[in-house]
Design a protein. Structure first.
Lengths: 241, 130
């Protein structure tokens, strides 16, 4: 470890000497060379090299697509189809109704256990409504929250299926990514990342049914994404149906 | 193999350039080299009005007063970025190590990686076009 620290110090001194030497050779100062190299040149080079790399990648992708479209090779994943709009609406609502029932039952059973336990310890008076009122208040609260979310779910699906060409291929891609296509990908990418996070969260905390439902919503989100991307021009094997 | 050699050359060229400059200067330096923490530097730490030394590294105000030629009218802007970067690196609690990790390894290696990948893609495009 000491050797590594010494090596770092030696390297640091050598690099500082280099900047000092550059300053003396170019007739500038240490301050100016530092500013030019680290504040202007480095970020600029990083930006330019990133842009060139992205441009080269897109060129390569275009050429590959041209070649693939002529050879007509199609993979299994490229042929997975989405639901149509009706199926998306019905299945997403059914899954949410299932979540409402499941959530209400979970809250009901957990609240009942909690209040019964406290009742048995004498924390509440023995009247029937001393625990039944808070149990049903909490259950109704859970029901209300989940029902309101159902409205949000339907609004989300309605807005994201407007003017879309569904059914289509699930892993559809546009030929060229315009700014609006990238924004759409980012929008759905955010929600997909969220569902994947929730999927792991449910599984790690032992709520396996909720985990599976979250996985189903990941599929629904992919459907909605495909619908949005189908608005863009496709000529290749990723094209809509 | 050809590609490997090219990549190694691209990777090493900035370091070779640095070594070339430093060693060439070391041969012609007349002042006593600066020593700190048991490490001998190439340049001295003397207050010289006509050239930069380690004093400019240790005392930025001296360098700004005596050596800066072109950036003097822009101190309001340049200082913000200059001391901003120093502040960010110093906030890691090990300014020297942060300098090496970010400015000698991470930034240049990222740039070199992107350049090498771009060149590899260019090769592939050329092959596919044929």
């Amino acid at each position: 470890m000491n050797n590594l620290i010494y090596l770092f110090k030696e390297l640091y001194a050598y690099c500082t000497d280099f900047v000092i030497n550059l300053a003396n050779i170019t007739g500038l100062s240490y301050y100016e060379v530092n500013f030019v190299v680290f504040i202007i040149f480095y970020p600029l080079l990083l930006f330019v090299s990133t842009i060139v790399y992205i441009y080269q990648k897109s060129r390569l992708r275009t050429i590959r697509k041209k070649i693939i479209s002529t050879t007509k090779s199609e993979s299994y994943f490229n042929n997975i189809k989405t639901f149509n709009k009706q199926k998306i609406f019905v299945s997403a609502n059914l899954a949410w109704l299932f979540i409402i029932v499941l959530g209400v039952l979970r809250v009901l059973s957990e609240s009942t256990n909690y209040y019964k336990y406290h009742l048995s310890r004498g924390d509440y008076p023995p009247e029937a409504d001393s625990i039944s009122i808070p149990i049903f208040r909490e259950t109704f609260f859970a029901f209300s929250i989940l029902s309101v979310l159902l409205i949000f779910l339907n609004t989300f699906i309605l807005l994201t299926t407007l003017k879309t060409k569904l059914p289509t291929k699930l892993f559809i891609k546009p030929d060229f990514y315009t700014i609006s296509a990238v924004l759409r990908e980012l929008f759905f990418g955010f929600w997909l990342a969220l569902t994947v996070l929730f999927f792991f969260y449910w599984f790690l905390t032992g709520y396996y049914i909720e985990g599976l439902v979250t996985l189903f919503y990941t599929f629904i989100l992919l459907n909605l994404r495909a619908g949005q991307i189908s608005k863009y021009k496709q000529k290749t094997e990723y094209a809509s149906l | 193999m050809k590609r490997f050699k090219r990549n190694i050359l691209i990777l090493l060229s900035p370091f070779l350039f640095m070594a070339l400059i430093n060693e060439a200067v070391r041969l012609n330096i007349k002042e006593q080299p600066y020593t700190a923490h048991g490490i001998n530097a190439v340049n001295s730490a003397e207050y010289l009005p006509n050239k930069c030394t380690w004093i400019c590294h240790n005392n930025t105000i001296y360098c700004k007063t005596h050596h800066v030629k072109y950036l003097k009218p822009f101190y309001a802007i340049t200082d913000f970025f200059y001391f901003g970067v120093i502040g960010i690196l110093a906030s890691t609690d090990n300014y020297g190590a942060a300098n090496i990790i970010f400015l000698v390894f991470l930034f240049p290696l990222t740039i070199l990686y992107l350049i090498i990948k771009s060149l590899n893609i260019q090769d592939e495009i050329r092959k596919l076009s044929k």
